[in-house]
Structures are given as C-alpha cells and as structure tokens.
Design a protein around this ligand. Structure first.
Ligand code: UDP
Length: 504
C-alpha cells in the first residue's frame, strides 16, 4: 500500500435531512481512519455544508475535519424547470419533488469525471463511492470507474425497506379491501394499508412520473456492495431483516448518527453541535428558560421538520385542540400549505388572540420557522413530540426517551409511524397528510393520552426510555466494549479494504 491514502467519495441526496447524516458519517469514518473523504453536491449545498462545518469548528466541538473536502458539481436548477437557486428540497412544494429527483440524474456525468480525476491523480480509484439510496446512478458511475458503490440510507431500515419495496414492486396494485402484502417483510409484519401511502404512492402504477424516476434512482442502488443504515440493529430488527430480504446485500447499521450531546445524556458540559446551521426563531437560551418553568415530562414539542407544513384548517384545529388540552407546548410554526413557507407568518392563520393568550398564561411558546430541536428534546420538561416522523426527528426523540405523536406527511414517514406504533409501542398517530381533516377534540384526546402519567402514556414513556438506552449502547465505545453500531462501522471499513485487496 505504501503511502497511498484511501479515498471515499460521498454523494448525498439534495435535502438537508440527508446531507447532515452524510457529514456525520464522514466524521465518524475520519475518526477511525486516515482516509480522505470528498462529499459532492451542488454549489449552494456545498456552501451550506461548509458553513455548518465552520460553525462546528469555531465552537471547537469537532476536530477540524482536515481530511473532509467538499466539491461542487455543476447544477442549474432553472435548466430542470425548478425555480432559480433551488438546489435542495427545503421549501420545495411536494409536487416539485419529482422534478428535483429527475434533476439529480444530471449529476451523473460530472460525478464520473470527478471520480476519474481522483483515480488519475492517485493511480487507484477511490476505495468506494458512498451514495444516497436515492442517488442510485452512482452505482453505475462506480462500475465505470472500477470501484464499488455502497448505498447509504439516511432513513431507518423499516421505512427504507417499505419505501423501496413500494416503488420497485408496486404491491398496492394488488390490494384487497385496502390492505396489501409488502414484499420483503416477514409474514408477521407484512400487511400494510393503502392509507399508509401518500397520494403520489397511492396513484403510482409504474407509468406515472413518480414511479418512473424513483424506479430509475432506487433500483441501481440494489446493485451495490451493501447498504449502510442510519439506525441501530437492535431497535428495528424487522426492518433490518426486510432490507436484507429485499436487497440480498449485507446491511451495516452504523447509527444513529446523532451529535454526541444526544448520546451521552446526563453528562455535564453538554455542547450542542448545530446539525443544521440555521438561525433560530427563538434563541436556545430562551427556549431552555421557558422549559425550565414547567414540570418534568409535561411539555409537548411540535415540529414538522425542515421542509414540511400543514394546511390552514389543520393549523386552526391543532391550535384549538392544544388550547383545550391546557397542556404546555412549544410549536415551531411556519406558513401553511399554499403560502411561501419561508415567508412572514400571519396571525390570521391561528385563532384570534391565540398566541397572546398562550404566551401570557405561559401555556404555549410559538417559535417562528426554526427551533433548537436538540436542546428542546433533551430537556427534562419535554414529555412528548408531535412530529411528521422524519427519521432524524424520530432518532432524536427516541434517543432522549421522548414518546411520539405522529403526523406523517410525505416520503416514508407513514411507514416510520406504523413501526413506531406496532413494533415499538412508543407512538400514537394523530392523523396523516396535509389533506386530512382533524378535529380539536381528537387533538386533545391524543395529547392527553400521550402526556398522561398513567396507562398508555406511562407505558409509552417506559418503552421510549428502553429504546433510548439501546441507542446509546449501540454507539458506545469504552475500553474493550464496542456497541453494535461501532462494530458495524469497523466491519464496513474492513470489508472495503478486503474487497479492494481482492481486486488489485
Ligand atoms: N430541525 C431543527 N429545528 C426545527 C426543525 C428541524 O433543528 O425547527 C432539525 C431536526 O433536529 C432534524 C432535522 O432538522 O435534525 C429534520 O430532519 P428530519 O429527518 O426529521 O425531517 P426532514 O426535515 O428531513 O423532513
């Protein structure tokens, strides 16, 4: 091998919730090896990722990522029919998602050129490409360049298996009475409801634009050396088995790729690495101050992630239900469907005087647009999380033993919600989608159950605590002890080296 420095090229999908775990994976590999890691994306996303890294290092939270470089590939959103400077899914209406998926295919040739350039300089191709499961074209690039592709799913194993299976097999076309069997899943957990599919999935028949693009992006991912999954094997064994059945590939559960502060609960001097470098609608200190005025596990935290929102009528019903429940809450709020999600919030979207009433009585804190989610979830006063079930939010919540009220909106979120309810017992589903009606009475009922100190609420809290312990054990490394995710990462790295040695 001599002085040869191994190189890994990473290709995340164009969404913040994907880029952040990729960056976290790069840092974990960097901590264990001397490999060079190049993360590629479009110019805007590269600028954004660099600012996130810069923020980390000024806080001296992470080692300076000396072996991680960021490289821009040429990309012009207008050429693909997207609004100018739209380079990721943030604030992108759901209907335009199919366009951004299609646009990623334009990165294939520049990626090939980059990987060949790296090869030329080094004499050897990179050790592998780690590509997002949604960026399957990288598997073809890897073949062209004489290396391997490893597919990294930033979602959980269960959600990924169900999502990939739907797009590749269209099993809902065989549904009877609204129920169908999900290929890849064991008999004990293979029945899914058509209602668990979001509208684009429900109407997919193989010839619509969604089926076409997702099949072309997902199916080459199955032609990889293996799958990396941002999860711990112990917390979703059914899902891990389903991905293995579906892909016939090795699966390395190397997660959760959460900041250290979420994984070492109870330690002093916790430092919060910003996962996403954004300005908060309210400072972390103000949120903590507010939370500290409330009793243990009493506060409901509400957020729909980095790119989703709900409808005007749903917003109204949610507000009325919260007010009736009289439970304290922090609500990250942004303009409803049909309005500019990054625009100003108008008070008419909430019941008259709602914000003032909630704030003067200390019952509710409304945070515009973006909240310090990690600090909120790890505060002892937070008792439940009403979430869209994006996988990062799920992991952040469970790592802190916080049970979930789910309101899945898109992607694989409804599958995550099903697993949280049926396999883990840590969740109650409030509703799904941004088109369904919700009633304030139902909001109050669900919030009362989950925040309740006895019965189902107590049971869910205990289960969430158990899962939190499993998560922390999986990523623990102390003396001779290595948790399952640490072992999986080591096994992944040694498998790569072994395969490389077999090829040269
Ligand atoms: N997030 C945050 N503050 C907010 C909303 C979201 O810090 O107000 C972070 C959250 O902690 C998580 C990420 O944004 O790490 C959202 O990722 P997730 O997978 O849950 O959902 P997505 O945004 O991809 O739909």
């Amino acid at each position: 091998m001599g002085d040869h420095q191994e190189h890994i090229v990473m290709v995340p999908f164009l969404a913040l919730g994907h880029m952040i775990p990729f960056l976290a994976l790069a840092k974990r590999i960097q901590e264990r090896t001397s490999y060079k890691i190049t993360i590629v994306s479009t110019p805007f996303n590269v600028k954004y990722l660099s600012s996130t890294i810069a923020k980390d290092s000024t806080k001296q939270v992470v080692q300076s990522p000396k072996n991680i470089s960021l490289v821009s590939l040429p990309y012009n959103s207008c050429e693909h029919g997207l609004p100018p400077n739209t380079e990721n899914t943030e604030a992108l209406p759901l209907k335009d998602m199919v366009t951004i998926f299609n646009s990623t295919l334009s990165l294939k040739d520049p990626l090939t050129k980059l990987v060949l350039e790296i090869t030329d300089k080094d004499g050897k191709p990179p050790l592998c490409i780690v590509s997002d499961t949604f960026m399957g074209f990288a598997s073809e690039v890897a073949k062209t360049c004489g290396t391997f592709n490893v597919s990294f799913t930033t979602a959980g194993a269960y959600g990924t298996a169900a999502y990939v299976s739907v797009w590749l097999n269209l099993p809902h076309l065989l549904a009877s009475d609204g129920v169908f069997k999900m290929p890849g899943f064991d008999d004990s957990c293979c029945f899914f409801s058509v209602n668990q599919l979001h509208p684009f999935m429900k109407s997919a028949d193989g010839n619509d634009p969604w089926s076409k693009v997702l099949k072309s992006l997902l199916s080459p991912s199955l032609d990889s050396l293996g799958f990396l999954c941002n999860s711990a094997e112990e917390i979703e064994p059914m899902g891990v088995k389903a991905i293995k059945n579906l892909t016939k590939l090795p699966v390395w559960c190397i997660g959760p790729l959460l900041p250290q502060c979420m994984l070492k609960k109870g330690e002093k001097d916790e430092i919060f690495e910003p996962r996403i470098g954004k300005d908060h609608g309210l400072s972390p200190e103000k949120c903590i101050e507010w939370l500290s005025k409330h009793s243990q596990s009493s506060v409901l935290y509400i957020s729909f992630g980095s790119q989703n929102t709900i409808s005007t009528s749903q917003m109204m019903a949610l507000a009325l239900g919260l007010e009736d429940s009289e439970r304290p809450f922090i609500w990250v709020i942004r303009p409803p469907i049909g309005f500019d999600i990054k625009g100003e919030f108008r008070s008419e979207w909430l019941p008259k005087g709602f914000q003032e009433r909630m704030e003067t009585s200390n019952k509710g804190l409304i945070v515009k647009s973006w909240a310090p989610q990690l600090q909120i979830l790890s505060h002892p006063s937070t008792g439940a999380f009403l979430t869209h079930c994006g996988w990062n939010s799920v992991l952040e919540s469970l790592s802190q033993g916080v049970p979930i009220i789910s309101w899945p909106l898109a992607a694989e979120q409804a599958f995550n919600s099903k697993m949280l309810m049926e396999e883990m017992g840590v969740c109650v589903e409030l509703t799904k989608g941004y088109q369904s009606d919700i009633e304030k009475e139902h909001v109050k009922k669900v919030v009362d159950i989950v925040l309740g100190k006895s019965g189902k609420g107590k049971e869910m809290k205990e289960k969430a605590n158990e899962i939190g312990l499993c998560i922390r054990a999986a990523v623990k490394e102390e003396g001779d002890f290595k948790g399952s995710s640490v072992k999986a990462l080591d096994d992944f790295i040694s498998t790569l080296l072994c395969r490389r040695n077999m090829s040269f």
